[in-house]
Design a protein around this ligand. Sequence first.
Ligand code: KIV
Ligand code: ZN
Length: 519
Amino acid sequence: MTQEIIKIFDTTLRDGEQSPGASMNIEEKIQIASQLERLGVDIIEAGFAAASPGDFEAISKIAQKIKCSTVCSLARAIESDVKVAGEAIRAAKFKRIHTFIATSPIHMKYKLKMKPDEVIKRAVEAVGYARTFVDDVEFSLEDAGRSEIGFMKEITDAVINAGASTINLPDTVGYRLPFEIGAMIKTMSQYIKGRAVISVHNHNDLGLAVANSLESIMNGARQVECTINGLGERAGNAALEEIVMTLKTRHDVFGGFMTNINTKEIYPTSRLIANITSIEPQPNKAIVGKNAFAHESGIHQDGMLKNKQTYEIISPSDIGLDLEDTLILGKHSGRAAFKDKLAKLGFHIEDEKLNPIFAKFKELADKKKDIYDDDLRALVTSQISCVEPQFELIGLQLMDCSNGVPSAAITIKHNDNQITDAGIGDGTIDAIFKTIDRISGYSGRLMDYKVTSVSKGKDALANVTVKVVFNDNEPAIIGHGLSIDTMIASARAYIGALNSYLSMEGMLKSRTNDFGDGI
Ligand code: KIV
Ligand code: ZN
């Protein structure tokens, strides 16, 4: 049977980054893009180049590095956005500009304050201009799910004539039901008649993003936009892993379609994203949740022992999950074995960057008996930062005060000086953070604090995430800290947030646009 390819357009680095708290630094984005390429996604939406100098730089670096997938930048239908997008992806082997404008009556009237004719004009100009940079232009009818079909046909004709080769029909607010999306895609597919590839981009506000994407494929969509772990604005996007594994597992229904995804890279990719963003998939999340392959009830366990297919429709190894998560390396392991193991986990670290990570591994191996894959993932992720640290934790001592007031003595390195100070607080964490404030001279307001354990055992690594506001006029900064000792991990996380804040200060000030501006 001949099979049609469903193109997988991954937008983890763009729509996924719009998840609250999911911002990533440039080095992290490059690691993610490389892993997405390994996963086999057809198109990587690397960001929204006009949003900030940091986004521009990340997209440019990804464009230089990625050789197999198409690298894409989002751009509003504004000349300056399209220009910046075109410049950001210039070095890419395969490149695409994705430009969009809203087409629903509510968006045109209230957000854009534009008449439908003006919207068409703006769309045509943007697509035409984008074609001066690249041959591959995608146009999105934002809020297509609530747009009028007659207007959708009109603007689609206009942008195809202007040179768009992919027409994306997003359910921007996640409002539609599968049968409604199916009917919309069928109508548009019959209308477009192969003049452009039809793409879908479904949000998950009613929990229907994956179902809507699958129904779209059944009705003519040949590109699906999605994210790893379903990250994305508000309730997120359609989860890549769920779409791909449904197409594969329900071959009886979707046999006419295939994707270029190497499903064995799904689990490593999911872990990389979870570690970098500190957003864990819910435990019962399909395919990649912690419990997705856990059989709790005795009856189920009995069935599994007799024949796995009694309760398992997907084999964990199909998504690259090794349930044994075997003990891997110890303190006697050499650099080459370490590098090789990291490569197997999806981290291809250049030689000069490997040394500090290897040193941290040796430090950990001295303290922790068993080191698991998840420990290594967390360790590497905590080290891949492009932020030059201004402050570094050297020592932390919690003091035993006779009056019961929690207090901490901390030593921090700053500009080759070591500064030691002590402070008290309402609790131990408060004492640590206040002492760091005293030493650094910056005062942070803690908005969120989360601690999770990496892998298993009493000596499991603590992974602390903090969200701190250092300046009320600027967004909260995320910091991560890793250690066997939760208090040290907390101090590292807080100092990490401070270092990120200091490195981003200049960038935030020069931030030109924000995605929320509309058009
Ligand atoms: O949800 C949406 O409509 C989008 C577009 C920019 C494609 O993210
Ligand atoms: Zn979206």
